[in-house]
Write a protein that binds this ligand. Structure first.
Ligand code: PNS
Length: 163
């Protein structure tokens, strides 16, 4: 008997994608038939990179992951998941504060659609890595190359130099 493909959505802003994000997506890709990285394009949040740039950077960074697709989305995440016929959400969790931030969203998304959220614990080497911290450190001249792919590190340096 054939079964329907198990598709999961991994949502976020990814401004920009870090090696921590890539690790979560790679591990999710080993658990599901297909993983869709859903990059929020809601214009209300100010971002360093445009939606197209964030999509481009993630697409390049995840090029080696055959069952991963990168898409932009706006509006309700659960509507996007229904359109994509996805059955689960994936979130990386670095610690208790991430869990507290994510839990209401996971419960709301389940209320809206019945979808479950799967929490994957971040690897210890990435528990202190976030896009916002990486941007802050880089903007003050710190070296963040250990947390980004080379092309993303170059684009970040170039963007900060423009400012
Ligand atoms: O990386 P971020 O900024 O925490 O990602 C947030 C994102 C894009 C995943 C979140 O803002 C989101 O899900 N936005 C879609 C709007 C929505 O569905 N809101 C209700 C979720 S409970």
């Amino acid at each position: 008997m054939t079964r329907a493909p198990q598709r999961a959505v991994c949502p976020g802003s990814f401004d920009p994608v870090t090696l921590g994000h890539l690790d979560i997506v790679a591990r999710a890709a080993a658990l599901f038939d297909e993983v869709i990285v859903a990059i929020g394009t809601n214009p209300s949040k100010s971002k360093l990179f445009s939606p197209d740039e964030r999509i481009e950077m993630f697409t390049e960074a995840a090029a080696g992951l055959a069952n991963v697709r990168i898409e932009g989305f706006a509006g309700l995440l659960t509507d996007f998941c229904s359109l994509q016929d996805a059955g689960a959400l994936i979130k990386g969790v670095r610690g208790a504060s991430d869990y507290e931030y994510e839990l209401p969203m996971a419960l709301m998304n389940r209320h809206l659609s019945g979808m479950e959220t799967v929490f994957l614990p971040a690897r210890p080497e990435f528990t202190h890595v976030s896009s916002s911290l990486v941007k802050e450190v880089a903007s003050l001249g710190g070296d963040v190359s250990a947390f980004l792919t080379e092309p993303v590190a170059e684009r970040l340096a170039a963007r900060l130099a423009e400012r």
